[in-house]
Design a protein around this ligand. Sequence first.
Ligand code: HGY
Ligand code: MN
Ligand code: MN
Length: 418
Amino acid sequence: MVSGARAVERCDRLGLPPYSDSADGLYRAYLTPAYAASQQLVARWMAQAGMAVRIDAAGNLIGRYEGTGDGPPLIVGSHLDSVRDAGRYDGPLGIMLGIECVAALHDAGERLRFPIEIYAFGDEEGSRFPLAMLTSRAVAGTLDAQLTEPADADGVTLFQAMAAYGEAVGAAVPRDFDAYRQARHPGAFAYLEAHIEQGPVLEADGLALGTVTGIAAQRRFGIKVGGRAGHAGTTAMTLRRDALAAAAAMILTAEQEALAAGGDRVATVGTVTAGPGAANVVPGSAMFTLDVRAARDADCAALADVIVDRFGHIAAVRGVTLSVDALHSLPASPCDPQLMTLMDGALAAEGLPVRRLVSGAGHDAMILSALCPTAMLFIRCREGISHNPAESVLPEDADLAARTMLRFIKSLEDIHRA
Ligand code: HGY
Ligand code: MN
Ligand code: MN
């Protein structure tokens, strides 16, 4: 029997030290001690569910449950890392629900015609290094060929962090991207990800679950504004090249352009820093990130272009320099029509209404779609709140999700060609 309550309890347990790098709110970053400790606990749960457990070259944790055939596996997964001051369910709930499904098969002594692999991806959020979806891109084989090694805010590079992590878990780890790319998966026949909706639609419709139709496109930029530092008391307003004031004008412009674009188009500035960072110094430098999303690639590109163009005008008028670094561009990713129909069927078989909806949030599924057809199941979360400690999910909704997932997984036997 699956247990949604146990899946939720396990997410709650992972929400506290030593499974969080911070005692003040949940933060679990890729390759940190909290990440390593969390993997060891999840690995125990995977083993209890009858899985063989391993860590791949990108530091992902993988549990494998053999089938009667040895063809390409079904991958079920989500991410173990979190944003800063995170909720407990964004990522881990999808992993725990996957473990529940395998545990139910194992307890019943049941094997399907295909193996099942549960992936706990290590870096979906990009909350430590300035690259997101790093570990699922390694699995999908879509890491950029000329990727330069990123460093975190403390200057720790990816492979320095990997070396410390390898030491902590006693695993051989890659020292460069060639070795890191060994995480590439040889081939899967489908990917399933269950995830909280992180939006208000299901709750507004009074529904526990929904079939995801696709994931919105997203473009992310690092913006640097260069002005001239000066004395706050003696630099006349008309002579200033205030980098932070210019950045503020740009940030408000991004909001105005997204509001004007309307529909599902959104733009967010989530991080801002200014230098030198003193109350009595006119800021000479400012840096911020810009995240632009839309259901359609063309709409996302158009909004990003108009915002960056407006930034250029603001920089010219204010006499500051502007540099725009494209951090990533993830195309919109439709879910597989045949798998969506099977998911609708599993919902109906559970006696639930069938509801389809698009995802504004990004997920590892948008990366795995380069490897195999993908399906996603959304779970209602209170007021759609996410990326926030107030994130909340009902155990009974998690139970419905696990039951629906198990039905969906079993229905794959009808379409699986060994
Ligand atoms: O940014 C996102 O949409 C996801 O939470 N990483
Ligand atoms: Mn997520
Ligand atoms: Mn997230």
